[in-house]
Design a protein around this ligand. Structure first.
Ligand code: FES
Length: 239
């Protein structure tokens, strides 16, 4: 269950499960203002067509087209998520494990709703996107401070991207270095789940806590997830 940018980790988890042929039974319930606000819409529709056990369900505040979706793979309801709409979209939701991600008000509303429906909260896993963003902003701030006071060269490694260079401590992620340099990179989940921050290490040694969205061939070619990778030597990176 997701809303807004909270769709990102849900999309990655679902893609991983469907790509790895685990035959997982997934009901993907995403809330959005309108069809135009749905991120990954066409990829999700493709997943629903290819995998019969991946059920795509949208809760839209308004609908702008009469020919939105057809067939059993993709269902939608109009309005805000309610007990009735949840039961219509996923009749067996009480038997499922729920993964929840989205803006804080949405998360609170869903938790209230699940409570009212006597859902077993031990089966609920949640991640606040707002918290992740706040933590990321804090990390960028720290990186900016270190830009003014460069890390001690004896306890740092050099990150080189083109003609840009930045000293990073072994505790800092590649993503922190890239953002502190003001270089363009997309980072959505900031926790190694969505795959948005993929980049390639051309030289040097790194350590990654997540390679979840990378294929073996990409790992072999030096691709890493910047948010989940730290330096173990001076490195050269390609964005
Ligand atoms: S930002 Fe999602 S994997 Fe790095």
């Amino acid at each position: 269950m997701s809303a807004g940018c909270g769709i990102t980790p849900m999309y990655s988890m679902s893609r991983y499960l469907t790509d790895s042929q685990m035959d997982a039974d997934i009901a993907f319930v995403h809330s959005a203002r309108s069809e135009a606000d749905i991120i990954f819409k066409s990829s999700l529709a493709t997943m629903a067509q290819r995998h019969s056990r991946f059920k795509l369900r949208y809760m839209l505040e308004s609908i702008t087209t009469e020919t939105l979706w057809h067939g059993d793979e993709v269902l939608h309801d109009i309005g805000r998520l309610s007990a009735k709409s949840l039961l219509d979209l996923v009749p067996d939701f009480a038997e499922r494990t729920v993964f929840l991600c989205g803006p804080e008000p949405y998360m609170q509303a869903v938790k209230r709703l699940l409570g009212e429906l006597n859902f077993d909260m031990a089966q609920l896993h949640h991640e606040s996107f707002a918290t992740a963003v706040k933590e990321a902003q804090h990390r960028v701030k720290q990186a900016e401070i270190q830009a003014i006071e460069p890390a001690n060269s004896s306890s740092s490694f050099m990150l080189s991207i083109g003609d840009r260079k930045r000293a990073l401590t072994p505790e800092q992620s590649l993503l922190e270095g890239i953002e502190a340099e003001g270089l363009p990179i997309i980072a959505a989940c900031r926790s190694g789940v969505c795959g948005a921050c993929k980049c390639q290490v051309l030289e040097g040694e790194t350590e990654s806590s997540s390679t979840m969205t990378l294929t073996p061939a990409e790992i072999e070619a030096g691709f890493v997830l910047a948010c989940s990778t730290k330096l173990k030597s001076d490195i050269t990176l390609s964005l």
